[in-house]
Design a binder for this molecule. Structure first.
Ligand code: ADE
Length: 249
């Protein structure tokens, strides 16, 4: 799977993703992260890609043209890559544009189900904004998904983009070692994960719940399910409600 990230800070993105599991996934070729520096497409000799907003107001806005040209360069890269690989029906034609995710606090709140959907794509383009945002015209032209990582405002889209790449990558087959570690986890079936323990059996007087030492798989499964329900009800009553409603349908 290929992630193409349009950003003014490619090193920030690459430094963050080169560590740990995403870094290993890149080295092993399960994912490919390709950054495009929007500044390389600046239309002036100073490398400026921002300007004042029409109508006044605080702050600067990223201009449409450098963003559009950066996007075109990614489309060309994707096409070139596909042609090198495969000349037949799977090749991208002008009708099949890749998903372009714009990271914005005005977007749809990111969820695990969206990560699952994105993990089925071959190429994903992520657009990171800066300053007060991006000229609306280019957003209308290229963006397919507006996505937020929460109801707060960050200085740019790079951290959100890294979060998307991380959440999606771990669903790509081969990225996580244990085949089912991406399956039995928080949000898999709409519940939070049960508590887990490792050695030692007693830590500062606190013992591991006995059922987990019993070797009785049915009882362990039941205990874990009950704990998931309890935890979800306490910590995320919104998810709990949804789970119960779905179950009773
Ligand atoms: N850019 C700035 N804040 C953001 C947020 N909360 N989510 C996604 N992109 C952003």
């Amino acid at each position: 799977m290929n992630f193409h990230i349009m950003t003014l800070f490619p090193e920030m993105v690459m430094n963050g993703l080169s560590e740990s599991i995403t870094g290993r996934a890149m080295k092993n070729g399960f994912i490919n992260v390709d950054t495009v520096n929007i500044r390389d497409f600046a239309q002036n000799k100073y490398g400026h890609v921002d300007d004042y907003t029409y109508g006044g107001g605080a702050g600067m806005l990223m201009q449409a043209e450098p963003v559009y040209l950066a996007y075109q360069s990614i489309l060309e890269r994707i096409k070139a890559g596909e042609e090198a690989f495969d000349k037949n029906e799977n090749s991208m034609n002008d009708n099949r544009k890749p998903r372009v995710i714009y990271m914005t606090p005005q977007g749809t709140p990111f969820k695990q189900s969206m990560a699952v959907e994105y993990s089925k794509e071959e190429d994903i383009i992520i657009l990171c904004g800066h300053y007060e945002g991006i000229d609306e015209r280019v957003l209308e032209m290229i963006v397919t998904d507006n996505v937020s990582i929460g109801d707060f405002v960050l200085t740019g889209g790079e951290l959100p983009a890294m979060m998307i790449v991380d959440a999606v990558s771990r669903l790509v087959p081969g990225v996580l070692g244990g085949e089912d570690s991406a399956v039995y986890e928080s949000f898999y079936d709409g519940l939070l994960e049960y508590p887990q323990y490792t050695r030692p059996e007693v830590f500062m007087g606190k013992a591991v719940p006995e059922v987990l030492l019993s070797g009785h798989h049915k009882n362990i499964e039941k205990w874990r399910y009950e704990q998931s329900l309890k935890r979800t009800k306490e910590r995320r009553p919104d998810l709990y409600e949804k789970y119960i409603n779905n179950k009773n349908k």
